[in-house]
Design a protein around this ligand. Structure first.
Ligand code: COA
Length: 162
């Protein structure tokens, strides 16, 4: 298993994994991924098994402690000098789940955010994943303003600085 930064050449493989892992109303479009890869590929990491894409984690850097829906489509809102590393998407192919691979991607993102001296990490998740992210030190700030895909989301934040 190897973690590396994504490039625009990975667009098709990423889209294929996204469409397996998320329902159509929540999946990011290929156009949204293309913009993300052009603007913040430095914050888009892939987990591969002998060259096969197994999963990924990605998100812009922002000065907002919570994610808002505009960010998902507007990669240009990325601010390389922002305080918060966000997570827009975390996905692992079904046949590779429950082996700690998503955890490996989260740990990698935390490590990079520490190296880059970010204030912390911000993400939104559904209720059933709140406890999962808490295991990594995230705290639940309550119901998000996000209505992405028509679902209810929770704002989760991990503080890296006291
Ligand atoms: C959510 C998701 C990314 C998790 O991926 P994963 O690689 O299975 O995650 P992990 O292996 O790190 O952890 C999953 C569970 O397996 C457990 N686990 C980890 N390693 C394990 C092992 N070796 N043996 C048994 N269980 C293990 C973890 O403790 C965790 O348990 P929990 O569900 O009780 O918290 C994956 O299910 C997915 O892609 N889902 C669809 C998309 C999605 O919802 N993404 C999140 C958006 S916020």
């Amino acid at each position: 298993m190897n973690v590396r930064n994504a490039t625009i050449d990975d667009l098709q493989a990423i889209s294929a994994v996204e469409n397996i892992c998320f329902p159509a109303n929540e999946a990011a479009s290929a156009a949204a991924f293309e913009k993300r890869l052009r603007v913040f590929s430095g914050h888009f990491w892939l987990l591969e098994d002998e060259g096969q894409l197994v999963g990924y984690i990605n998100g812009m850097v922002t000065n907002h402690i919570t994610i808002n829906d505009a960010m998902f489509e507007h990669a240009e809102l990325h601010d390389e000098n922002g305080a918060w590393q966000s997570v827009f998407g975390l996905a692992v192919l079904p046949q590779f789940r429950k082996k700690g691979y998503a955890g490996k991607l989260i740990d990698h993102l935390i490590e990079k955010a520490k190296e880059q001296k970010r204030a912390g990490i911000t993400l939104t998740c559904k209720k059933h994943l709140v406890a999962y992210y808490e295991k990594f030190g995230f705290t639940n700030r309550g119901i998000s303003q996000s209505t992405h895909g028509g679902a209810t989301w929770h704002d989760m934040v991990l503080h890296l600085k006291s």
